[in-house]
Design a protein around this ligand. Structure first.
Ligand code: ADP
Ligand code: MG
Length: 614
């Protein structure tokens, strides 16, 4: 090992103020390398990104990526590119050594992915790397080994033309960084995401990814962009895509956007590429979200794959260490092009019909409740509507503050008495706007938000069942395969135990497919895939998820929201009665799981007073 005990790891307390003036010292080269590596190489996926880009820059038409243990043990990338001359092999590991840039002006016409000459130096500094390369069959190849920055002799090598690079034991000499690696599945998911991005950016490239000997992706060169979208994101997404194409001055936009009904809980299904580079861009994400404004619900994110092409001098790619952000010369024009062309596409598409394709009935629990009363004569008998074994008084002790608290205090006696003793007949209640229930109670007029209340009831009921271990689980005789983006599949599997507590049993099927083996019986007519997707979207949207209990609560709330009747659902008299009856039975029904109130009371006295009757 090269640096023995001088392992450099920035400890959290390094910056502690010194009582004495400290001397300024030039840092040793190996420390500089490790600091630089920290900028470029954050995790195994960063290594994969850099290696893939090098292969493409070398003109490769096929790239094989093999990883072990989420890339922490091994990352091997083999390409059929132009190769590296034997005498240049050691230089490949030198800092600021590149074959892609000659002078500073080149920076403004970068056509390659790489140009900084830093990646291999960084990777070589924090791993054990073997680089093998051969120019063509007529010439002998060579290999060199770089152990945490220390180079071996160059030796002859006789493999196939192209380059093979093996990165073993990433961060072996920076233990703190190594410790920060996440679960294998998570790291593998990030790697799969890098492969996905490149496969979309370069739709003629043949790509293969294997993890621990299992095939994750195999993308043939014959698979076009649309085939690739289907492969990576499943037919549910691909079926809903429509092509977009537009140009404005020197800027060209192309790609696919999904109809608004195909939305997601986070923005990860928004891919943006500029000149074949995947990038993140706040302004353009905003343009995208704006284009869908009014078409997707607040908090939901449209799905889109947008490719921009501009002359290289119109975009600066040298603004970010990993080149995942760019600066446009005319950012306004690009913003406007994205917004206007997407908006126009959405406007001209027959979205109304499509929006109805996803019926409310696809939310499992809502189905029977929404059927006409004749086919569902007894909503009281529904599972989650069934009275609970031990009927507890509604607890209003720890309510909110201010006006909400007042509302709660006022309605305390109401909650207990609105349970209709003999069912619907006694109840004076109507539904307004298919969203609110207005109920006469001895204390006053109660206005209930039907969705918020139902959501709360399901949530409470479910939570109690989980708490006392009486949650019914529906096992699937034939497990249902669900195709997820690899990153999401990995996250799902990492959280297998947690999902199981929710009654959601899953197994790895490989290749981004997860088998659902069981689901909570509460989702009786359930679409297990829907339940899984909801859970995973939330998990993926959180880089550092909270503790398991919090997560469980959040997932419960999300799923309850999905299962509950919606604003806009028309309810029959029995359904109204059942909902109101349940209000008296469940704890905490005064607020929905998101914290919004479920009901407001206009007290009898207040009504009388306002109308000057008293
Ligand atoms: P950059 O890509 O910015 O030039 P890197 O550190 O990633 O810097 O790579 C250094 C050099 O090594 C490249 O400029 C290129 O000449 C060579 N190289 C790296 N990977 C490959 C490869 N797969 N095929 C051919 N040449 C490569
Ligand atoms: Mg590079």
């Amino acid at each position: 090992m090269s640096y023995g005990s001088e392992n450099f790891d920035p400890a959290p307390n390094l910056g502690a103020p010194a009582s004495q003036p400290q001397r300024i010292r030039q840092l040793p080269l190996e420390v500089i390398t490790k600091i630089a590596a920290g900028e470029v190489i954050e995790r195994p996926a960063s290594v994969v990104k850099e290696l893939l880009e090098n292969s493409v820059d070398a003109g490769a038409t096929r790239i094989d990526v093999e990883i072990e243990q989420g890339g922490a043990e091994l990352i091997r990338v083999v390409d059929d590119g132009c190769g590296i001359p034997p005498e240049d092999l050691p230089l490949a590991f030198a800092s600021h050594a590149t074959s892609k840039l000659v002078d500073a002006d080149d920076l403004f016409r970068v056509g390659s992915y790489g140009f900084r000459g830093e990646a291999l130096a960084s990777i070589g500094g924090v791993a054990q790397v073997t680089l093998r390369s051969r120019l063509d069959p007529g010439r002998i190849g060579a290999e060199v080994f770089c152990d945490g920055g220390k180079l071996s002799e160059v030796r002859p090598w006789n493999g196939a033309p192209g380059t093979c690079i093996e990165v073993r034991r990433l961060f072996f000499n920076t233990p703190v960084r190594r410790k920060f690696l996440r679960a294998t599945g998570t790291e593998a998911g990030h790697i799969a995401e890098q492969v996905t991005r490149l496969a979309l950016a370069r739709p003629t490239l043949t790509l293969k990814l294997t993890h621990n000997g299992r095939l994750v992706y195999e993308v043939p060169s014959s698979a076009g962009l649309r085939d690739r979208l289907r492969l990576f994101f499943g037919s549910e997404v691909e079926d809903r895509l429509m092509p977009v194409e537009a140009a404005q001055g020197p800027v060209r936009l192309s790609g696919f956007i999904a109809d608004p009904a195909c939305d997601a809980g986070n923005a990860r299904l928004q891919y943006l590429f500029v000149n074949g580079r995947w990038i993140r861009d706040r302004a353009l994400s905003h343009a995208l979200q704006e284009a869908y404004r009014g078409l997707v619900m607040v908090g939901r994110h449209p799905v889109a794959f947008v490719f921009l092409e501009l002359p290289p001098d119109q975009v600066d790619v040298n603004v970010h260490p990993t080149k995942s952000e760019v600066r446009f010369r005319d950012g306004h024009a690009v913003y406007h092009l994205v917004l206007a062309s997407l908006r126009e596409k959405l406007r001209s598409s027959d979205l109304v019909a499509r929006l109805q394709v996803r019926p409310i009935g696809s939310f499992p629990n809502a189905v029977p409740l929404l059927q006409p009363s004749s086919t569902q004569p007894d909503p009281w008998a529904r599972d989650f509507f069934a009275p609970r074994p031990a009927l507890t008084q509604p607890s209003l002790a720890n309510g909110g503050t201010g006006s909400e608290a007042t509302t709660e205090r006022q309605e305390t006696p109401v909650t207990e008495r609105t349970v209709p003793p003999e069912g619907p007949a006694n109840l004076k209640a109507i539904q307004l706007y298919d969203a609110y229930l207005v109920v006469e109670t001895p204390e006053g007029m109660l206005v209930i938000d039907q969705h918020a209340l139902h959501e709360r009831i399901i949530y409470e009921h479910w939570k109690e069942r989980i708490g006392n271990g009486t949650m019914e689980i529906q096992r699937l005789l034939v497990p249902e395969p669900v195709d997820l983006p690899a990153e999401q599949a990995a996250t799902a599997l990492d959280n297998k135990a947690l999902l199981e507590r929710l009654g959601l049993g899953i197994e790895d099927f490989g290749g981004g497919t997860v088998l659902v083996t069981s689901y909570p019986a509460m989702f009786r007519n359930g679409a297990p895939a829907d339940i899984l997707r909801t859970a995973v979207e939330y998990l993926v949207g959180n880089d550092r998820p909270p503790g398991p209990e919090q997560l469980l609560e959040k997932l419960l709330a999300l799923m309850a929201c999905k299962a509950a009747i919606k604003a806009g659902d028309h309810l029959g008299p029995e359904e109204i009665a059942a909902l109101i009856a349940q209000r008296g039975l469940a704890d905490h029904t005064h607020h929905c799981p998101h914290g919004r109130p479920t009901a407001l009371l206009f007290s009898r006295q207040e009504l009388d007073r306002q109308f000057k009757r008293t």
